[in-house]
Design a protein around this ligand. Structure first.
Ligand code: SF4
Length: 444
């Protein structure tokens, strides 16, 4: 990386003028080498240097924004093949398919569901991302009615799917200002599709059955002036999808085939096992996944998997340390201490709520590590607990001096008692048992 930064530095104007926001050209070069700055920030670069540097320092997969307004979302701009090498940045949009052969009521109901449905997990609201309107009827009239029903219901990111340019043109007259995504340009129709996409600043899904043809098509669309592309590798089977999507990611991030440096599109509804297709799409590099309106179980599975895969593996999701109330705890309510790993917090909180015993939760800062890991690593210790009790004023909230600690931190019980002066009660190892424990054991 040092060499690369030095190579970049050689191409910079070396004025050290700070206009790029960096104190020197060298620090700017180092940022460029790490992919953390854009060459356009330096106004003194000549066109040739800019194009050389742009090709090597810009993200290998283009960031493409779908939709406008608060529900818009970005896809692409990924750098690695394996999540543990760094992280995955932009979760795939999961978009529900609507057919123009459905009734207006059905179309509005699916759209409203995407607009409103939220799954809250570990403190984060998870939502679906938009709708994909398919011209199944083949007619302009049915298609415009379907698009109008969607527009009437919500301002969501949309993908318009049709082989009929007249149907797309009519639909764009209704929703063109929202810059929907058009699907799909092929080697046969790309000029016509590009003209439409350019006219309405649309994103464009391009489809070809081989990677060579897809790369050529991307190049052709860029020459036509359309640069916000999504790649549909037209898989016939799930095996096809894994092979082609993995190859696209590999060729893009190594910059071996820069023309494949765009997000991947997957229509999961075309496979016999749609749930499997969705799961593969999430783990194997799809950036837009088209699904039928999912059952509650499938929806939860998809949203949960997506959240897990797109969480930075080096940064556990953390709670802010503090004293949290569950219900309306009084002066004699139990105080349960635990770590600030979000999953631990929300799991325990859920079980406490079910127990219907109002409690205080004292969350200590273990930098997001779980109980077992933080005890093993020495992060969870008596000093941390003593300081947290003082810092968050626990003594002012309750009249007793009893602290319930997680079962896996039992080896620390004596030291915590000594450091805090509080009587330590060792709770269960499994959060699911906290309700029974409190009902049977808690006496202020
Ligand atoms: Fe150097 Fe360009 Fe930054 Fe000025 S704007 S410090 S010339 S890199």
């Amino acid at each position: 990386m040092a060499l690369k930064a030095l190579d970049i530095y050689k191409l910079l104007p070396k004025k050290n003028c700070k206009e790029c926001g960096d104190p020197t050209c060298l620090t700017f070069a180092m940022k460029l080498a790490a992919g953390k700055a854009d060459v356009d920030l330096c106004p003194y670069l000549d066109t040739n240097a800019k194009s050389v540097l742009g090709a090597t320092t810009r993200p290998p997969i283009k960031l493409v924004k779908l939709g406008v307004g608060e529900r818009s979302f970005g896809i692409g701009e990924e750098f690695v093949l394996y999540r543990h090498d760094k992280t995955f940045y932009h979760p795939p949009g999961i978009m529900f398919k609507i057919k123009d052969t459905q009734s207006e009521e059905e179309i509005m109901a699916v759209t409203a569901r995407v607009r409103d449905e939220t799954l809250t997990r570990v403190g984060t609201d998870l939502k679906f991302n938009g709708v994909v309107i398919v011209n199944t009827s083949g007619t302009v009239e049915a298609y415009t009615k379907a698009v109008a029903a969607v527009e009437k219901t919500a301002g969501l990111p949309e993908i318009l799917v049709s082989d009929n340019p007249a149907a797309l043109t009519a639909a764009l007259s209704l929703c063109g200002s929202y810059h929907p995504t058009l699907c799909a340009a092929t080697p046969e129709n790309f000029r016509q599709m590009c003209a439409l996409a350019k006219q309405h600043s649309c994103r464009l899904v391009i489809r070809a059955p081989s990677l060579e043809a897809l790369a050529q098509l991307a190049k052709d669309c860029v020459s036509e002036g359309v640069t916000n592309l999504l790649l549909d590798p037209a898989p016939q089977t799930l095996g096809d999808f894994i092979n082609r999507s993995t190859a696209i990611r590999q060729l893009a991030i190594t910059r071996a085939v820069p023309d494949l440096g765009y997000p991947v599109y997957l229509d999961a509804t075309g496979f016999p096992d749609e749930d499997a297709a969705i799961a593969l799409g999430i783990v194997k590099y799809a950036s837009v996944i088209v699904t039928s309106p999912l059952s509650l179980a499938s929806a939860k599975a998809a949203l949960t998997l997506r959240q897990n895969i797109y969480t930075d593996p080096q940064k556990p999701i953390q709670m802010n340390p503090g004293l949290y109330k569950v219900g309306t705890p009084g002066k004699d309510a139990p105080v349960l201490m635990t770590v600030n790993f979000s999953l631990t917090y929300f799991t325990l909180q859920g079980y406490i709520e079910s127990s219907r015993i109002p409690c205080f939760m004292l969350i200590v800062d273990t930098e997001g590590l779980s109980v077992l890991t933080s005890v093993a690593a020495g992060k969870l210790n008596e000093t941390l607990v003593r300081d947290a009790i003082k810092k968050f004023g626990v003594e002012n909230e309750v009249s007793h001096r009893k602290l319930i600690i997680p079962g896996y931190s039992a080896p620390l019980s004596g030291r915590i008692e000594e450091a805090t002066g509080w009587k330590v009660l060792v709770g269960p190892r499994d959060a699911a048992e906290i309700g029974d424990y409190l009902h049977e054991q808690w006496k202020p």
